[in-house]
Design a binder for this molecule. Structure first.
Ligand SMILES: Nc1ncnc2c1ncn2[C@@H]1O[C@H](COP(=O)(O)OP(=O)(O)OP(=O)(O)O)[C@@H](O)[C@H]1O
Length: 230
């Protein structure tokens, strides 16, 4: 059986403008599989914008992004879905089926086709969703409507959505926002575990402990890359 290519995420000469104003200038960075990278810098320095460009959610004005592998983006303070009549479990399930061209990882056919959602595939998805909710400590709240959860609980459910299909590339925007000490430690452990299984993990953060725990820190200032440390 052919071996899977290792995940790749590299940006070369990226520039990006919001509403005509340049916010990223000639950013070149290469992320490594098996590493947890902290993306740090002052407010407005372009961290979230760079994360979204890396995820393919925003097209760069100049430059290229090379991305090989299944990528999941956990956005900052996801508010819109909170008004939808969905449960915590529904949100996590969406992570398993985020791409229209492929089913959940591990449930794909040998040619990469999406299999029919048979009983075993549904059971696999349910198992993966339960495992992800359990890892973030939200399995016992799975049936609760998203709108009734606290901000921190909601944040954990969206982290579950991001990890449910064991993505090759996991991109997170301040995932510890609103989390208590215990949940923050748990989230850091999850990110380290995801990197340890070989994923590329990039986490936008202002938190000194998260930066210290990362394998590598990339800093932005005024939309420019300052340094790739360690
Ligand atoms: N949708 C938008 N429309 C216009 N300008 C935007 C938009 N989103 C971000 N910006 C601007 O782009 C710049 C970079 O914003 P970005 O959110 O990427 O910074 P950040 O480093 O993630 O900030 P923070 O630490 O506050 O989250 C800021 O000057 C911001 O005002």
């Amino acid at each position: 059986m052919a071996s899977m290519p290792s995940p790749t995420l590299a940006a070369t000469g990226i520039s990006f403008a919001h509403s005509g104003a340049d916010v990223l200038h000639d950013v070149t960075v290469r992320l490594r599989p098996g590493e947890l990278t902290a993306l740090a810098g002052p407010n407005g320095s372009g961290k979230s914008t760079l994360l979204e460009v890396l995820a393919g959610a925003l097209p760069p004005r100049r430059g290229t992004v090379r991305r090989v592998g299944d990528a999941a983006l956990v956005v900052q303070r996801p508010s819109a879905p909170a008004t939808l009549p969905v449960t915590a479990r529904d949100v996590a399930v969406m992570g398993a089926w985020r791409r229209s061209s492929a089913g959940p990882r591990g449930a794909r056919g040998s040619a990469g086709r999406r299999p029919r959602a048979g009983r075993s595939s549904r059971a696999a998805t349910r198992g993966a969703v339960d495992a992800a909710l359990d890892r973030v400590g939200m399995l016992d709240q799975a049936a609760r409507p998203l709108a009734e959860l606290s901000g921190g609980q909601r944040q954990r459910v969206f982290l579950a959505q991001g990890i449910v299909r064991s993505p090759d590339i996991l991109l997170l925007d301040e995932p510890a926002a609103g989390l208590d000490e215990h949940s923050t430690a748990r989230m850091h452990a999850i990110l380290a575990e995801e990197a340890a299984r070989g994923a590329i993990v990039v986490c936008v953060t202002h938190d000194g402990a998260a930066i210290a725990a990362a394998d590598r820190t990339i800093r932005l200032a005024g939309g420019r890359l300052l340094a790739a440390e360690r």
